[in-house]
Ligand binder design. Structure first.
Ligand code: BDP
Length: 762
């Protein structure tokens, strides 16, 4: 149990109940593959079926191939058919034992299951709108079986007629991508799971088996493309024939899983490696340079997904240098893609909205949070149809709590995707358990306010539904690496699983207050299903992991940065561990405005940076404008208040400073509980020793680091404000064992930085 199979272990179902017994008895005798060529995702689907029935039910099932018709197999009992709906209707639809399926409700990548009732001799059908859809339908079917669920019962929108149940699932959006920040030298920027799966020493690696295994995991939750190289793109990458060939090999490794390759480009390449004197996006030679690169890529990778560009940000070159707009910059690549990609599936240009200039904006009146709307709002309507603007979920940078980026409300004539971060850059870097879907939900469910009298909820904007856009979706920064755990921690895999689920259905995990409506929409469902697949079905085990996961983001928020301050981490480079003093006066424009009288950044229109006014809905802007109506967990994001300020909202009559102390103690206490809850699983033998030990180590580290966080932040604010903790805890550092109180052999004292992370600075 190294973690390498993630949630695709297909483990035997121990302690079988009646459902499992029936599912096992109903396992097919044959898998029939319709009309598939070698390497097709349909073949992959049939192999996964075989593997899963072997693993879960210990049944060996043969695979039959039906290229012309399926009359020879369809009449025999217990057949499972995989293929596209179109092939099924052509090859099997007129057979006496089956009838045509209606595929008119399917969109590309969507699928249907047709499941016979247990006493029927009809075949089981797993049919996709396209080949990828067939694989997605197969995986989601198998993931139900592997949990011991009857797919016919768990399907959310199933209809039952004539002896079978039909379930249809369509992705909410076409863009369900992963971004890897892999450098060509094999390192991964903000990656915590080892070295790159793709690159080493400036080249694409020879052995791409792990790349293929990654594609398998991604496909199992509906991801359809990976941008394989860092957004801070190495200009040389796409220009050497050897690397284009290498990217082609990655695409070949991905293709059986329906995952396509995308490439990050560097704006200045025409000049830095193309020998031109300019990279002006309107210059003819620059246009033909990118044409040439795009053509070469499509020659080797006919199904290239597209490009990703970070321009004019954090030192990256972009169109502003030539006085061109960001739209002119984006359209340059979009047109090259359109010209060389198949007309029915044009390559997509993902253009990042993460555009800011930290040096220009570092004078104290400016606010980096204002950058995206300032740059992009005036350009709405000027982007080509195959451009998608990729917007980080919040206006700053993957913080533990941010209001949703107001830019979503401004992109009404532009395709938009949300950028989420699975790699826990600011959120404990995989050394802390932080289960992210509850955070993502706050953003996806955020209403930008009324536009033409209608609400504008982020999840409906990114699917294209709200403003009638054809393209849209999600991009998740994952940064998986060569570690057997992929991400550097077993528990962090739940975030990747959830990311796929939520990209497929941005309402997944949304609590509609009605737990009976569908098992898929209860808030705990994603983590519970992940736990069953990853560790096992024992209810104590499932409850423990789910409880810990759901408590983890609030705990991390409590011990790092509560009330809407950002994660009070080291901002200068590591983004790990407490360093609240680095949060002000730095060149990155990530500020908390903590001083001796108060804390928080005034972003009101009346007195502050004006950010609150960027929300398109006037009612939303007005809500954030006043201390009384700003939700408590965003108070310090929008307002600078005295430490003695009473908190707004009902139910808590406490001051801001006391809340800071209390929250940090509460958060660290929750982290300590994770250790004991996890240990109880071992005591009852509910988990394998390898993963038990690895996770126990991680949780023990987290509990200790949470105390370091607690004491550093509380000490910082106690010193700054001069206001004591009402419960007098801060001076005493409870639960902490100081190194200087021990007898040390072989150690010498060192000053630590920042000093507040150790008592006495040592
Ligand atoms: C920041 C990361 C940096 C990335 C940047 C980005 O610290 O490594 O390059 O975001 O998203 O959060 O481009």
């Amino acid at each position: 149990e190294s973690g390498i199979d993630a949630w695709l272990r297909y483990a035997p179902l121990n302690a079988p109940d009646a459902t499992v017994a029936t599912l096992s008895a109903q396992a097919p005798n044959h898998i029939v593959v319709l009309n598939a060529t070698a390497g097709s995702p349909i073949i992959t689907a049939s192999q996964e079926l075989q593997k899963a029935f072997q693993g879960v039910f210990n049944k060996t099932i043969d695979i039959l191939y039906a290229a012309d018709n399926c009359s020879s197999v369809i009449g025999s009992v217990k057949v499972l058919i995989v293929g596209t709906a179109t092939s099924f209707n052509r090859l099997c639809g007129n057979n006496s034992s089956s009838s045509l399926v209606s595929s008119s409700d399917l969109v590309p990548d969507g699928y249907l299951w047709q499941l016979p009732s247990h006493d029927s001799s009809l075949p089981t059908l797993l049919l996709g709108q396209n080949e990828r859809g067939t694989l997605y339908g197969t995986f989601s079917y198998l993931l139900e079986l592997a949990q011991g669920n009857d797919p016919a019962k768990t399907a959310s929108n199933a209809t039952t007629t004539n002896g079978h149940t039909t379930h249809i699932s369509n992705p909410a959006a076409p863009v369900r991508w992963v971004n890897q920040w892999d450098n060509l030298d094999g390192s991964i920027e903000r990656g915590y799971g080892g070295k790159s799966l793709f690159f080493s020493g400036g080249k694409v690696v020879t052995d791409l088996r792990r790349a293929a295994a990654y594609a398998r995991i991604l496909a199992s939750v509906g991801i359809n493309a990976v941008v394989v190289n860092n957004v801070n793109a190495d200009a040389a990458l796409v220009h050497t024939p050897a690397n284009i060939e290498g990217l082609g090999r990655i695409a070949d490794a991905f293709r059986p899983y329906g995952v396509r390759v995308g490439v990050s480009l560097n704006f200045a390449s025409p000049q830095s490696v193309g020998g031109l004197s300019t990279y002006d996006p309107l210059d003819k030679s620059v246009v033909s340079f990118w044409d040439g690169v795009t053509l070469q890529l499509y020659e080797r990778i006919p199904d290239l997904a597209g490009f990703l560009v970070k321009g004019d940000s954090e030192g990256q070159p972009g169109p502003k240098k030539y006085g061109r707009t960001l739209a002119e910059g984006a359209n340059l690549f979009a047109r090259a893609l359109r010209k060389h990609s198949p007309a029915d599936s044009p390559g997509i240009l993902m253009y990042r909205a993460f555009v800011y200039d930290q040096l220009q904006e570092s004078n104290w009146r400016a606010d980096r949070a204002n950058a995206a709307v300032t740059y992009f709002s005036p350009l709405d309507g000027q982007f080509d149809d195959n451009v998608v603007v990729q917007v980080k979920y919040g206006p700053i940078d993957f913080q533990v709590r941010e209001p949703a980026s107001p830019l979503f409300g401004h992109l009404q004539k532009t395709n938009a995707a949300i950028e989420l971060q699975v790699t826990q850059e600011y959120l404990g870097q995989q050394c802390h358990l932080v289960y992210l879907p509850p955070l993502w939900r706050t953003v996806l469910d955020f209403d930008m306010g009324k536009v033409d009298g209608e609400p504008s909820v982020v999840r409906d904007i990114i699917t294209g539904e709200r403003f009638n856009r054809l393209l849209g979706g999600s991009a998740g920064v994952v940064n998986a690496g060569t570690s057997d755990t992929w991400l550097g921690s077993h528990l962090a895999q739940a975030n990747l699983y959830a990311y796929g689920r939520m990209a497929w259905d941005p309402t997944a995990g949304h609590d509609d207050g009605n737990d009976n409506s569908s098992t898929l929409s209860t808030p705990r469902h994603i983590i519970e299903s992940w736990t069953k697949l990853t560790f096992g079905r024992d209810p104590t085990l499932v409850n423990t992991v789910a409880d810990m996961a759901l408590a983890s983001w609030p705990a991390y928020e409590n011990y790092t940065g509560n009330l809407g301050t950002q994660t009070l981490t080291d901002i200068l480079y590591t983004h790990f561990g407490p360093n609240p003093a680095s949060q002000d006066g730095n060149g990155w424009g990530q500020w908390t405005r903590a001083d001796k009288n108060g804390v928080g950044m005034d972003r009101t229109v009346r007195n502050g940076t004006g950010f609150a006014g960027q929300y398109v809905g006037k009612e939303v802007a007005a809500q954030f404008e006043s201390v009384e109506t700003t939700p408590r967990d965003l108070l310090l994001w929008f307002h600078h208040v005295p430490y003695t300020q009473r908190l707004p909202g009902p139910g808590e009559n406490t001051t801001v400073i006391q809340h800071i102390y209390d929250a940090h103690y509460a958060g660290a206490e929750t982290a300590a509980l994770f250790v004991t809850r996890w240990a109880a699983l071992n005591a009852s033998g509910l988990i394998d020793p390898e993963r038990y030990a690895s996770i126990a180590r991680q949780l023990a580290f987290q509990a200790g680091h949470a105390i370091v966080w607690r004491d550093a932040i509380c000490g910082f604010f106690a010193g700054l404000s001069g206001i004591a903790d009402r419960h007098d805890r801060v001076r005493h550092h409870p639960w902490r064992i100081e190194a200087e109180a021990m007898t040390l052999h072989g150690y010498t004292k060192q000053a630590v930085s920042p000093a507040i992370t150790a008592s006495g600075g040592q």
